[in-house]
Design a protein around this ligand. Sequence first.
Ligand code: SF4
Ligand code: FES
Length: 249
Amino acid sequence: MKLTLRIWRQPNTTAPGRLVDYVADRVSPDMSFLEMLDVVNEGLAKKGEDTIAFDSDCREGICGMCSLVVNGIPHGPDRGTTVCQLHMRRFKDGDTITIEPWRARAFPVVKDLVVDRGAFDRIIAAGGYVSINCGGAPDGNTIPIAKDIAEEAMDSAACIGCGACVAACKNASAHLFVGAKIAHLALLPQGQPERYRRVVAMVAQADAEGFGSCSNEGECEAVCPKEIPISNIARMTREYVKALVVAGK
Ligand code: SF4
Ligand code: FES
């Protein structure tokens, strides 16, 4: 396939950026989207030109590092898929593909398609941990937890912290990410000691980072590569109200 790529180039956080056109030739339908970008970068490097900066690590849909908006959709057109797991067979010869970084005030562009998602780390540091000694996996397995609760907690724990939910939301809200982290720990016995302090601290940190509010658009759930349900946001709101009203945090 021969494709035209319209790629966001921005030298650093403060410099203005713009879309630049590149031709990607002899693209195999079996390449992943990131492998296709690797080949484009090899061509640029051979010509002595500045290569396109983009994030990746595992390339297996696990780490949450890859973060590209493809034709206006965070992680591209396939549902429940990270952009590293998107394949070029999804596109047609002659297509033009626009590739942009996550866009949110709390995720400043570092260079080209790379954004700083340190705000998520600071939200986690504000309260996304348990202070008790949980022991190893065998200890965890000796605590009886109802199957439906364990499965619900695991579904929330599947969040990989990629930030696509923020990028898709017109308010740049981090509610799906924060809700998933809150729900995961609030459901399990190990998460109870800090349960109410945690939700107040994490919501306050998300506000301080400049993420917006939720207006129930549902865009976050639609683009989430781990298909985290929006019900996590409702649980977070309930936890927050309980923390303020019942626990007086
Ligand atoms: S909730 Fe989904 S989209 Fe948001 S950070 Fe977690 S995995 Fe990514
Ligand atoms: S590179 Fe790890 S999830 Fe895409």
